[in-house]
Design a protein around this ligand. Sequence first.
Ligand code: NAP
Length: 257
Amino acid sequence: MAVITGGNSGIGRGIATHWVRNGGKVVLAARRHDRLLEVERELRDIGGEVGVIVCDVTREEDNQALARFAVEKFGGINLVVPAAGVVRNSLMLRTDRATGMVAERMTLADFQMLLDVNLNGVFLTVRECAEKMIDGGCKGLICLISSVGASGAAGQISYASAKAAISVMPKVITAEFFRRDIGQRIRCVAVAPGAVATPLLEGMGEQAVKSILDQVPIKRLIEPEEVASLIAELYRNEALAGEVFHIHGGLRFGSRG
Ligand code: NAP
């Protein structure tokens, strides 16, 4: 049974579809109820057992309700994918090209907003679901979603900081679970996608996507289904733990020749 936040769109939706096609049950969480119901219908049409719950991952009580709902509905949790995320590109300090002086500053509220969803939200979802997994004697995987953006691109100080923090979490969680003898039962990993064909990427604008694609040796976006199939393999192969797995079509190794 899988808990997927951000399950009504993009990568989360792709993971849910893959999981259901392979016989799994899912609980999907996000803020927009209508989009949750839409994906629920899609998954039921292909024979899935699905539960949906409105959840703002930045709210502690929403994450508690999500984990409780998943256990009440399906008895236990085996896969947790906190895929809820947002991106807004802007410079920390934007200078005026004519004067060279600072014309605009990123506000603390803007910086904080991305951390709230992409970092604090992940912590809350994982803490709540992992507690239920531990206490319920469940076996399975926590799979975080980092990004190649964790390596740091202009305009992404908040997003990249959050994703860099996510990248270290599998090591921390694996070490903590090892210490308490939980590591053989519950593993933690992360996937770090490059540019994936989802609404999040569309929000970055055509020009930004084009300049990313210029750097991708496979010359196309990654499909959500491809990320989902990597996660299914990470779930299946119990030798994989405590690591970040990149999926980006060769992005950082590409040579223009
Ligand atoms: P997406 O299609 O825009 O989906 C984002 C999801 O997050 C939606 O389901 C949205 O649903 C949910 N969400 C946003 N804020 C939320 C909140 N406060 N509480 C609960 N749910 C919230 O984006 P995506 O591309 O699938 O991204 C999924 C994850 O992959 C993100 O962590 C993103 O950083 C990561 N990623 C994406 C790419 C890419 O190229 N697409 C690359 C690397 C990493 P509601 O709006 O209904 O809440």
